[in-house]
Ligand binder design. Structure first.
Ligand code: SF4
Length: 314
C-alpha cells in the first residue's frame, strides 16, 4: 500500500484506516510533540502531492479485499497537513461515492481561514482541527508555524470552519506539560474554545515519542482540571482497545504490515496487536524478527517501549 496505512489504533477514532497524502513530512507546523519527527521546512504552499486516482484506486482495492472487515473510519492523517493537498476535495468526494465508512479529516486547522481550502474539506463527515494554544506566544512555542499563519488567522479559520461545517466539528487540544498547562494558559484556551464553539473538545496529550526530547505528557490531573474548565463538551481521550476477532496473519505478511504501521509513527506492541487484530505471541515473534534484521528498533518514551522504524529504513 502506497497511500493507505493501518488500520491503526486511534484513541480518537477506533480502528482507523489511514490515508497519508505525502511521501515525506510536509506541514505548515513543526509541533514540538509531533510523532512523525521534525518538519524539514514548514510551508503553506498548496500542491498536488498524492495523485487522486492512485489514492482512490488503492482504497477501492482495499475495500473490495476487506468487505467483511471494514475499518470504523477512514482518516486523513500521517506525515503531513492534508489541507496542503490542492485536490483533497476530489479525494473526499471519491471516497464518499465508494463507501459509507465515515471520513475523518484530522487537520492542524492552519489553512482553514482560506475560503478555497475550507470549501475543499466540507464533505468530510468529521472535521477535526487542533488548537493547542490560547495566545500567540504559546502558539509559537508549541506549534512553531510557518511565518504566514499568525495566531489570529488560525483562530479565524477555526471559527469560519465551525460555521461552514456540515458534519461533526470536533476540536482537539493537546496538552504538553509545562508549555500549555498553566492555569492562565488553560483559561485562555477555554476562552478561544468558546469563540470557536465546536460540537466537542477532545483533550489529548503526548503518548508517543515526540519530535523534541524535552516534551512530556501532561498529568492526568491537569487533563481532568481542563476538562472541568471546558465543561460538558470536554472528552478526555482514553486508551483505545479493539473489540472483535483476532486475525491469523503471521510471518512475512505480518512483518510487512508492522513496517508500514511503524513507518508512519512509533507504536507499542499492544497497540499494533489490537489494531491489526492478531495474537500477541505472533506479534511479538514478528517484532523480534524485525529487530534482529535491524528493520525496527525500540524507543522508550515516558517509560513505555515503542517500536519504531530503523533510521536506515527511512
Ligand atoms: S503534529 Fe501534525 S500539525 Fe504538528 S507538525 Fe506534526 S503533522 Fe504537522
Amino acid at each position: 500500500m502506497r497511500w493507505l496505512f493501518g488500520p491503526v489504533p486511534s484513541r480518537r477514532f477506533g480502528r482507523s484506516l489511514g490515508i497519508d497524502l505525502f511521501t515525506r513530512k510536509t506541514c505548515t507546523f513543526d509541533c514540538v510533540y509531533c510523532e512523525v519527527g521534525r518538519t524539514p521546512r514548514t510551508t503553506d504552499c498548496v500542491d498536488i502531492f498524492a495523485p487522486v486516482d492512485e489514492v482512490l484506486d488503492e482504497l477501492r482495492n482495499y475495500l473490495a479485499d476487506h468487505h467483511d472487515d471494514l475499518p470504523d473510519f477512514i482518516t486523513f492523517a500521517g506525515s503531513g497537513e492534508p489541507t496542503l493537498h490542492r485536490e483533497i476535495d476530489l479525494i473526499i468526494h471519491g471516497i464518499k461515492e465508494m463507501t459509507t465508512v465515515p471520513v475523518v479529516l484530522l487537520t492542524n486547522g492552519s489553512l482553514l481561514h482560506r475560503e478555497s481550502v475550507l470549501k475543499r474539506v466540507l464533505e468530510a463527515d468529521y472535521l477535526v482541527p487542533s488548537l493547542d494554544a490560547g495566545c500567540p506566544e504559546t502558539y509559537g512555542r508549541i506549534n512553531r508555524p510557518t511565518a504566514n499563519i499568525p495566531y489570529e488567522k488560525l483562530v479565524e479559520g477555526l471559527i469560519s470552519a465551525q460555521r461552514a461545517c456540515r458534519g461533526h466539528y470536533i476540536l482537539e487540544v493537546l496538552l504538553v506539560d509545562g508549555i500549555n498547562t498553566s492555569d492562565e494558559e488553560l483559561e485562555k484556551l477555554k476562552e478561544c474554545i468558546n469563540r470557536i464553539n465546536p460540537d466537542s473538545v477532545q483533550i489529548n496529550t503526548v503518548f508517543r515519542p515526540p519530535a523534541e526530547n524535552n516534551v512530556h505528557a501532561s498529568s492526568e490531573e491537569t487533563i481532568q482540571r481542563f476538562a472541568e474548565l471546558v465543561g460538558e463538551k470536554a472528552v478526555p481521550v482514553a486508551y483505545y482497545t479493539l473489540r472483535g476477532a483476532r486475525r491469523q496473519i503471521q510471518g512475512e505478511l505480518l512483518e510487512s504490515v508492522i513496517l508500514k504501521t511503524v513507518g508512519i509513527r512509533p507504536c507499542t506492541i499492544q497497540e499494533m496487536t489490537d489494531s491489526i487484530g492478531v495474537d500477541q505471541a505472533a506479534m511479538e515473534t514478528a517484532v523480534q524478527n524485525l529487530m534482529k534484521s535491524g528493520q525496527v528498533r525500540e524507543l522508550n518514551f515516558d517509560g513505555v517501549g515503542h517500536i519504531a522504524i530503523s533510521a536506515e529504513q527511512i
